[in-house]
Design a protein around this ligand. Structure first.
Ligand code: SF4
Length: 255
């Protein structure tokens, strides 16, 4: 089965924790590591920073091969310290690079909703919100659903509780996963099965990335060692058009 192959483009780095999913933020630990190694762009450690050179000289503009870009996987694109004007410049690049697909994932859905109130979402941009639990995730889901655009996804990673019956109207892709970290919280098999079944009901693609540190039975296996099988089945379904250039031989199944 095909896997989503994602390239990151980080005009912003650094962030501020805002909800339960942020507790063991991978971007924070990676940014601190990159700072220790002296990697360029991480002098400010995990303090929110806009990198002008990564906008004026944006890598997607130069790359001719159609690619799926995750915009700001080391930050949050709708962080309170970014201006609408800076976001406009990012969106201009997305529109210009019509041969790529891009996605943004935010925990600041209110800001995203307000930003797009008077703006059109480019057709090659997938908008997404994190839904790790009911407390934070359900409001974000409603904000996402209120935006006028076709390509919407949610990310339930780390999945921290049973989401119950959720309204997935308009959501085309649900990505999920357990937590990978020294202090990882466990994800239960029943929560994943419920999410998978609801995706089927709503005809949304379900892509289960991995279990993270604990496997589906709750056994601690270590980071990246728990695999992705749910009762022996792999769920890696995604809308074909999100992956530019995917060959017909590797078409994802609608599972
Ligand atoms: S919003 Fe994302 S990048 Fe920011 S602290 Fe939370 S998990 Fe980390």
């Amino acid at each position: 089965m095909a896997e989503l192959k994602v390239t990151s483009w980080n005009p912003f780095t650094g962030c501020t924790k805002i909800s339960s999913a942020c507790k063991n933020c991978y971007a924070e630990s990676l940014a601190l590591k990159l700072n220790r190694w002296g990697t360029s762009g991480y002098d400010n450690k995990f303090v929110f920073t806009v990198h002008e050179n990564r906008i004026t000289d944006a890598p997607p503009l130069k790359r001719r091969k159609p690619t799926l870009y995750f915009i700001n996987n080391m930050s949050d694109s709708f962080h309170e310290h970014v201006t609408d004007e800076t976001l406009d410049r990012i969106l201009e690049i997305v529109e210009k690079c019509h041969w790529h697909n891009f996605y943004m994932l935010t925990k600041r859905s209110g800001r995203m909703r307000a930003y797009f109130r008077n703006r059109l979402v480019p057709a090659n941009l997938w908008l997404g919100v994190t839904v790790e639990n009911k407390k934070y995730g359900l409001t974000r889901l409603r904000d996402l659903q209120a935006i006028r655009t076709y390509n919407k996804h949610i990310c339930c990673e780390p999945l921290l509780e049973d989401l119950g019956n959720i309204d997935l109207t308009g959501v085309r892709l649900v990505v999920g996963g357990g937590e990978s970290s020294q202090n990882a919280r466990r994800t239960s098999l029943a929560w994943v099965e419920s999410l998978r079944d609801q995706c089927e009901q709503y005809k949304a693609h379900f892509y289960w990335k991995s279990w993270g540190t604990y496997d589906q039975d709750g056994t601690r296996k270590g980071n990246g060692k728990s695999g992705c099988l749910v009762n022996g089945m792999e769920y890696k379904s995604f809308p074909i058009e999100i992956m530019p250039g995917l060959s017909s031989k590797t078409l994802p199944l609608f599972t």
